[in-house]
Design a protein around this ligand. Structure first.
Ligand code: OAD
Length: 239
């Protein structure tokens, strides 16, 4: 009888349209802390003090200091074999889309091109007045940073709690999830919506859904196969 790993590998190899959804777990193997794991950021910091529009209005300096700390932490990190395997899926599958909740930029650094960074990117800033979005790799960024076009305050280009995904990302992810025949869900706790609902959307549209995670998640019960293990060990085996 074929192993679960063999079944998923076969499904990926024969997929006409493959979608990959990733969360902090895929970058854990690069040394980036997750949010809800034992070393998770939300175990040591309060999201409502640092990752909401209200927190930024209250104390922009504190929020920027926290993002500077995270920029310093992420800057030296490199993509791991799981990120590289995802790039290879993109090269091999005619229709491919990567949906990541990660803001660390490691998928792009690995070479992924067909992707939606639905929670934004820590290496981008957005003007609070004119809305222009620009790349910024300063470590640390000058606090408080201002827009070079209109001098207003810049904020991290991140989707904070209480904010919505961009309309473009919603449309793009919806189309990808509705039309894929295989969805791989890698390294997400599956508690933050809308991404937490993506496995159900794909499943209801008829896709084969597999999860790669060392721990069970709320989605484990609805996916076709759960592969237990670390992303860097399991994902390359699916090529
Ligand atoms: P979480 O920290 O909630 O979950 C990380 C998941 O990765 C858990 O299910 C772990 O079991 C799993 N994991 C840990 N190590 C792993 C490894 N080596 N390989 C594979 N999986 C591993 O992170 P997310 O689900 O990404 O929002 O969190 C979702 C959102 O909540 C984040 O995007 C962030 C946060 O608030 C924003 O930044 C806007």
């Amino acid at each position: 009888m074929a192993s679960d790993l063999g079944i998923v590998r076969e499904r990926v190899a024969s997929a006409r349209s493959l979608v990959v959804l990733t969360g902090a777990g895929i970058s854990a193997d690069s040394g980036v802390p997750t949010f809800r794991g034992s070393d998770g950021l939300w175990r040591n910091f309060r999201a409502e003090d640092l990752a909401t529009p209200e927190a930024f209005e209250r104390d922009a300096r504190l929020v920027w200091e926290w993002y500077n700390w995270r920029r310093e932490l992420i800057a030296p990190k490199k993509p791991n074999p799981a990120h590289t395997a995802v790039v290879e899926f993109e090269r091999r599958c005619r229709q491919f889309w990567l949906i990541t909740q990660n803001v660390d930029g490691l998928h792009r650094a690995a070479g992924s091109e067909q992707l939606s960074e639905i929670h934004g990117n820590i290496w981008k800033v957005r003007c609070t007045a004119c809305g222009v979005v620009e790349e910024n790799y300063d470590v640390p960024i000058r606090i408080l940073p201002s827009c070079r076009h209109c001098q207003a305050l810049l904020r991290p280009h991140i989707v904070w709690f209480g904010e919505s995904l961009s309309a473009g990302d919603v449309a793009c992810c919806g189309t990808a999830l509705q039309s894929c025949d295989v969805l791989l869900v890698i390294g997400t706790s599956g508690v933050v919506y809308p991404a937490a609902g993506f496995a159900s959307v794909a499943k209801e549209a008829g896709a084969f859904v597999a999860e790669i995670n060392p721990d069970p998640t709320p989605q484990s019960g609805i996916v076709d196969i759960s592969l237990k293990g670390r992303a860097k060990d399991v994902v390359p085996l699916l090529l």
